[in-house]
Design a protein around this ligand. Structure first.
Ligand SMILES: NC(=O)c1ccc[n+]([C@@H]2O[C@H](COP(=O)([O-])OP(=O)(O)OC[C@H]3O[C@@H](n4cnc5c(N)ncnc54)[C@H](OP(=O)(O)O)[C@@H]3O)[C@@H](O)[C@H]2O)c1
Length: 322
């Protein structure tokens, strides 16, 4: 079978489209035929040597996808061949087939297609965690959402809106404004230089926002802090794009809450994972959460998908089609 492997840490040049042995259905595991694999910044981080360094190279990239069960290992009772399933945090998803622990799978309802399901595993669970656990958005709250036209930003914007919050989105170019407004943002700021807090304060009558969702690298950190209202919450989440460096706690605005949010710390059991995934599927089925797929790539073109994501020109979810 075909897969995308990295042989060493590096740029997109280290990604190779190669033949790999067929995976087997070992005890507790399930072999799936991949219909769509999600592209995430985390994959870029793995390629750049920021994560999964304990896994030896060559390794198959990718953590997320959807597809069909084709073989079931011993001790698995809840899935049978033919079931449509989705997953996240399953190493090796950039492949035609893959063996996954049954505990990492959720069944896809009939009303949801594979591409849509694959699109909300990482970014949907993350967005739902950010807006409901890390900072439970209340009606009337105002949130600043960075990279609002990205896969995560568009889902987060909609979840904040369905909880009754207002969204100010920040994007790096004018051509992303329309899609963010369509997702429900009241205002969209175009900025790629980390100079947006003046506009945020103007839009909030000088008060600032209740919560900032920022995974956009070191450049946005300072103005994100300045955009917070008294006792606001800073949800920081972007290790791949980089952090602010060492922080002096006494230099921070008084009484703010700042933390590094990772959905898997809250959604940490198979039961929680499936319950949250089903909630996302329900929102999609009832029409209150729309998935925007901004790019479909052949599996062989995974390197181009990474390059496009890093170029800041894409919107929505990027998928690979084995
Ligand atoms: N902590 C967690 O649990 C968790 C989970 C998922 C993702 N993340 C993080 O969330 C962020 C978004 O990742 P994603 O996979 O979900 O993709 P995504 O939302 O589709 O993000 C793509 C967006 O990132 C921005 N971007 C791209 N390159 C950039 C750069 N060099 N500097 C600043 N911004 C850049 C672009 O927005 P603009 O050009 O419009 O700014 C682009 O639209 C990443 O930092 C990722 O590590 C964290």
């Amino acid at each position: 079978m075909k897969a995308i492997v990295m042989n060493k840490v590096g740029s997109t040049d280290v990604m190779e489209f190669v033949d790999r042995p067929e995976p087997g259905a070992t005890p507790g595991n399930i072999v799936v035929k991949v219909a769509a694999a999600g592209v995430n910044f985390m994959d870029i981080g793995v390629r750049q040597g920021m994560a999964w360094t304990e896994m030896p190279n060559p390794k198959v990239l990718g953590v997320e996808g959807a597809g069909r069960v084709i073989a079931v290992g011993d001790g698995v009772g809840e899935f049978i061949p033919g079931d449509r399933v989705a997953w996240v945090y399953a190493p090796g998803s950039y492949a035609e087939r893959l063996s996954i622990p049954a505990s990492s799978l959720v069944k896809i309802p009939d009303g949801i297609d594979d591409h849509t399901a694959a699109s909300v595993m990482m970014q949907g669970l993350t967005a739902s965690h950010f807006a409901t656990d890390f900072y439970p958005v209340q009606p009337g709250d105002t949130a600043l959402v960075h990279a609002a036209a990205g896969g995560l930003g568009l889902l987060l914007t909609q979840i904040i809106r369905r909880r009754g919050g207002r969204v100010i989105g920040r994007v790096s170019s004018e051509d992303k404004v329309a899609i963010v407004r369509k997702a429900g943002a009241e205002h969209v700021i175009v900025d790629s230089e980390g100079q947006f807090s003046g506009e945020v304060l103007r839009l909030t009558d000088g008060e600032g926002v209740n919560v900032v969702y920022d995974g956009s690298g070191p450049k946005t950190f300072k103005d994100s802090l300045s955009s917070l209202r008294r006792s606001g919450t800073f949800c920081w989440y972007g290790p791949v794009l980089g952090g602010p460096g060492p922080l002096d706690i006494m230099s921070l605005p008084k009484s703010i809450k700042l933390g590094y949010a990772v959905f898997s710390d809250h959604i940490h059991t198979p039961g929680l994972f499936r319950a949250r995934a089903r909630q996302l599927f329900r929102w999609i089925e009832e029409g209150s959460l729309k998935v925007s797929i901004g790019g479909n790539y052949a599996l062989a073109d995974a390197a181009r998908a990474h390059a496009d994501m890093e170029s800041r020109t894409t919107t929505g979810k990027l998928l690979l089609m084995p």
